[in-house]
Design a binder for this molecule. Structure first.
Ligand code: SF4
Length: 422
């Protein structure tokens, strides 16, 4: 999203995007500075750009720590932090002056901007930053407190994207359920009508656009219950991405997680009663400081009861500057690994059984890609890139963005296979 904004601005000014390092006058690397592994990936990406091109501008989260970058790559042209779009664009101006022959009446970017995701799905960022202070996280120190985008602006962007061909909008933020808290749910306007800056009103309005609406990073605050009817009525997708991170109250407390309440399992059961098609995705951390075998076993039992559809699991990694580093009870790497394996095994069994239940059903599938083997798409239960796929072997008449009905005939732990329904 940040990359898309930078690209859109540069294209507006007449710059061209190059597909190769060799043809580029300058390379902009957008970094992530959260986990140590992501930092290393960012440093590697900068190293690759330096070796292949040599004229490199660095931006993004890791850019907040210029010294760390310059220690490894002293010759990068410029470094700027997250959301410093003007600084990035300014650095590009300085090192590659804007094309003199640029004619803004000719070189118009499409109204929806330049998108890096395929045309048929788009990310819709509704806020920046976060008011929580989870002990393992440094996002608030990198990105600041929650700042919600005005609802009219978000809806205008959503409408533009849909008019430009988007078939699925993925709502993202650091804390989607908190949308509008910072501005006291201020009333804005969309299509001349008043509308509150609130998650429920946002979902209702998005639901009118006639495309798939998928919610990410939702914390289970009480008002999330009000979204379930919108899902069972088919107005937004029956999908919730809730990063639970753990289940044991002691660990959640040490993590300082938001909406940490004991009745989550009960609510999940209630949500599923109301909306049987609901898919739940989540992420977890194992080996958090102080996590005992009993805490971990509690998590495994919880997982079996919760029957989540899609789950990611990370071994706890210390992040520079995160308060959790100072917590007692560091878990040895070998135990983290062993817990991770036990967790993944338990979840694979759950996931395989849940997918097996879909065999024989006919589901709406959004096609992402068509290659020589056939078409690849996703069901309402699958977000792009992080969840599974639905394979239609031998099906080559479809186009990305097509929405088709598919009868499922096979499944494994992650994916489904099927054929076009009549
Ligand atoms: S909710 Fe917690 S983990 Fe998520 S961004 Fe905020 S502080 Fe970080």
């Amino acid at each position: 999203m940040d990359s898309e904004r930078i690209l859109t601005q540069l294209r507006l000014e007449g710059y061209q995007v190059s597909a190769s390092y060799q043809n580029a006058d300058v390379v902009v690397v957008n970094t992530c500075g959260f986990l140590d592994s992501a930092k290393q990936e960012s440093l590697d990406a900068i190293g690759e750009a330096m070796a292949e091109n040599g004229r490199v501008i660095v931006t993004g989260c890791m850019g907040g720590d210029e010294q760390a970058i310059r220690k490894v790559h002293p010759d990068v042209l410029a470094v700027s932090g997250p959301h410093q779009y003007e600084a990035v664009v300014g650095a590009v101006h300085q090192h590659v002056p804007p094309p003199a022959d640029h004619n803004p009446y000719v070189d118009l970017v499409p109204k929806q901007g330049i998108k890096l995701t395929p045309r048929h799905y788009s990310y819709l960022k509704i806020s920046e930053g976060c008011n929580h202070r989870c002990s393992f996280c440094i996002i608030p120190s990198l990105r600041g407190d929650l700042v919600s985008r005005p609802i009219g602006e978000v809806m205008d962007e959503a409408e533009r994207l849909v008019n430009a061909g988007t078939k699925e909008l993925l709502v993202i933020s650091q804390d989607t359920s908190a949308y509008g808290v910072d501005i006291k749910f201020r009333t804005g306007f969309w299509q001349g009508k008043p509308i509150k800056t609130h998650m429920q009103q946002l979902c209702e309005a998005l639901g009118e656009l006639g495309v798939w609406i998928r919610l990410h990073y939702v914390y289970p605050y009480p008002h999330v219950d009000n979204l379930i009817p919108l899902m069972s009525e088919g107005r937004i997708l029956p999908y919730l991405d809730i990063p639970f991170q753990h289940a044991h109250p002691d660990v959640l407390k040490a993590m300082k997680r938001p909406a940490n309440e004991e009745k989550v399992l009960e609510r999940i059961h209630r949500w599923r009663d109301q909306c049987p098609d609901l898919s739940l995705r989540s992420t977890f951390i194992v080996g958090f400081p102080g996590e005992t075998e009993a805490h971990f076993q509690y998590l495994l039992d919880w997982l079996k009861e919760a029957q989540l559809d899609r789950v990611g699991c990370f071994k706890y990694e210390a992040v520079d500057g995160a308060p959790a580093n100072a917590l007692p009870g560091a878990v040895p790497e070998a135990i983290k690994q062993q817990r991770w394996e036990r967790f993944m095994e338990a979840q694979q069994t759950i996931s395989a059984a849940r997918l097996q239940n879909k065999v024989g059903k006919t589901l709406p599938i959004l096609i992402d890609e068509v290659d020589e083997e056939g078409a690849i798409g996703r069901s309402t239960a699958d977000a792009p890139e992080i969840d599974g796929n639905v394979f239609l072997n031998g099906e080559q008449t479809l186009q990305p963005g097509d929405l088709v009905n598919v009868t499922i005939d096979q499944s494994d732990e992650y994916d489904l296979w099927g054929e076009l329904a009549d």
